[in-house]
Write a protein that binds this ligand. Structure first.
Ligand code: ADP
Ligand code: MG
Length: 236
């Protein structure tokens, strides 16, 4: 579904992405893991077309994404920090996004109801807590029923109930055959969720393997223990 071929990205002297190649298929929930600054967000933004790689290419359903906008209709993106016009209320933000997307697909309002966002429509964005902004971002990512969901640190600000509901939603969408790409520092959140792991460090892709394989290779059942082992091995 998404194919990444030899992409590199330099910010000045810093190599944020170093010749990354991999592919992500539908029906998978893939965790992008690595220390701070390892290039996870840069990789995500490259897929979204928000960062333009210096070399290499990215294919979405076989088509090169460079100079192409159409494919973004198929992606729901939840940014690490969602920014919205302060003076708009939640209802206006939702309406604005519906206007911009303007597609005829049935809306998926599960999270709007699940998070009770429908009871907060008159609240202005600037008055919302960080957790509520996260909920709005999450609801927007799923609202247009996209085939691919890209979630950058989605559970960071959510309370346990919201976080659990959100994980159930992710699993349900994965089971419908969608592709989910997720980064999180809260590895315990990923345990029952992800089917594959991409591990990055210093802009390099260290491995991309199934969670079963990672468990086998490390002899650890829990993701947090497996990754601790991988990090210790790659630490210099
Ligand atoms: P991660 O998401 O894994 O924490 P990032 O992809 O955000 O890492 O960043 C990778 C590296 O690239 C970091 O060293 C970061 O400071 C740098 N970087 C990211 N975006 C920019 C940018 N727009 N300009 C300059 N440096 C950047
Ligand atoms: Mg990041």
């Amino acid at each position: 579904m998404i194919r990444i071929e030899n992409i590199s990205k330099q910010f000045g002297k810093l190599t944020a992405l170093h010749n990354i190649s991999t592919s992500c298929d539908k029906g998978e929930c893939i965790a992008l893991i690595g220390p701070n600054g390892s290039g996870k967000t840069t990789l995500i933004k490259s897929i979204l077309g928000m960062v333009i790689p210096d070399s290499g290419k990215i294919l979405f359903n076989g088509l090169d994404i460079s100079g192409n906008w159409q494919y973004r209709e198929e992606i729901g993106y939840m940014p690490q920090i969602g920014r919205y016009p302060d003076n708009m209320n939640i209802g206006q933000v939702l309406d604005m996004m519906k206007d911009i997307r303007n597609n005829n697909r049935a809306l998926d309002e599960d999270l709007i109801r699940g998070f009770s966002i429908d009871k907060l429509l008159n609240k202005r964005m600037r008055t919302l807590s960080g957790g509520t902004i996260q909920k709005v971002s999450a609801a927007l990512a799923f609202l247009f029923n996209p085939k691919v969901l890209i979630l950058d640190e989605p559970t960071a600000g959510l309370d346990p109930v919201a976080s659990e509901l959100f994980k159930e939603k992710i699993v349900a969408e994965k089971e419908k055959g969608k592709l989910i790409l997720i980064t999180s520092h809260i590895l315990s959140d990923l345990d029952d969720l992800v089917s594959r792991i991409i591990y990055m460090q210093d802009g390099k892709l260290i491995f991309h393997k199934s969670i079963e394989q990672l468990r086998k290779d490390t002899g650890e059942e829990r993701l947090v223990r497996s990754i601790a082992q991988v990090m210790a091995e790659n630490y210099e």
